[in-house]
Design a protein around this ligand. Structure first.
Ligand code: DGL
Length: 273
């Protein structure tokens, strides 16, 4: 039987942080990662552009025999997922599934907050879409949701500036901004694939009694639950423990960055879209 991996899509390297937790929760499956590095970052782009790029990548992963695709990218989940699920999937193949990272996070975030005030840190695209606010309030109508776009954080991570003094300025600026919008915030969500890599810096500017939530584990547990509840999809995902990594840009660059996000060596393959 030919391989039918679970597809993991991101605009670039960042989705590897999510895939790492998924693979550790569900190691038995085959995985195919696609990073659209040639066109990243997505975080600053328009709805139409992100939708067009994401759909193209989803179709590519379907052609590689993925029956289930996870959009590990928050920006793509915020701006493209709903249209792909509602408009495109019924035409492409109603038996395939594309899932995102926003819904699983929105389903649990209220369990972490005692004050009922939560903060969402994301790219400009994620924040302006309001997707988190809408999804969180669908699940927890009583929660107050504040958002803050942190446009410098992705480039800082991609340039491996996690520990530099200059990074403090940009991290503190956005933490101060969101906490001054609502001092009752007791839970901060890192709603971007890259932000977990700034966790040490973020902790420096956040009181200990504020919970900082990364998404990887939440998304991984939600996927495990989804596969249990959907045997018709689970049964199509092959289980040989393989991992392949595709990039739309330089494989040397991808492999050089991968260690930071993935924690191990990667030999990626180039694809042209
Ligand atoms: N992967 C994106 C996200 O999670 C961040 C990088 C980008 O802007 O492309 O929103």
């Amino acid at each position: 039987m030919s391989s039918a991996p679970i597809g993991i899509f991101d605009s670039g390297f960042g989705g590897l942080t999510v895939m790492k937790d998924i693979v550790s929760e569900l190691p038995q499956y085959d995985y195919l990662y696609l990073g659209d590095n040639a066109r990243s970052p997505y975080g600053t782009r328009s709805f139409e552009t992100i939708y067009h790029y994401t759909l193209e990548c989803v179709k590519y992963l379907f052609d590689q025999n993925c029956h289930l695709i996870i959009l590990a990218c928050n920006t793509a989940s915020a701006k493209a997922l709903r249209t792909i699920q509602q408009k495109d999937l019924p035409n492409i193949d109603p038996n395939r599934r594309v899932l995102g990272v926003i819904r699983p996070t929105a389903e649990v975030i209220g369990n972490y907050s005692k004050t009922g005030h939560v903060g969402v840190l994301g790219t400009s695209g994620t924040v302006t879409s309001n997707s988190y606010k809408i999804e969180i309030n669908n699940q927890f109508p009583e929660l107050t949701v504040l958002q803050e776009a942190c446009p410098m954080w992705v480039p800082l991570v991609e340039n491996q500036e996690f520990d530099s003094d200059g990074t403090d300025y940009f991290v503190q600026q956005h933490i101060d901004n969101i906490l001054s919008k609502d001092p009752k915030i007791d839970t901060l969500l890192l709603a971007c694939t890259h932000y977990p890599l700034l966790i040490n810096k973020i902790k420096k500017f956040v009181d200990e009694d504020i919970t900082i939530l990364s998404q990887g584990e939440i998304v991984a547990k939600s996927l495990a639950d989804y596969l249990n509840r959907h045997p018709e999809i689970e049964g199509k995902c092959t289980q040989n423990g393989t991992r392949r990594f595709l990039t739309t840009d330089s494989t040397d660059d991808f492999d050089a960055h991968a260690n930071v996000f993935w924690g191990d060596t990667i030999n990626s393959e180039f694809i042209h879209l």
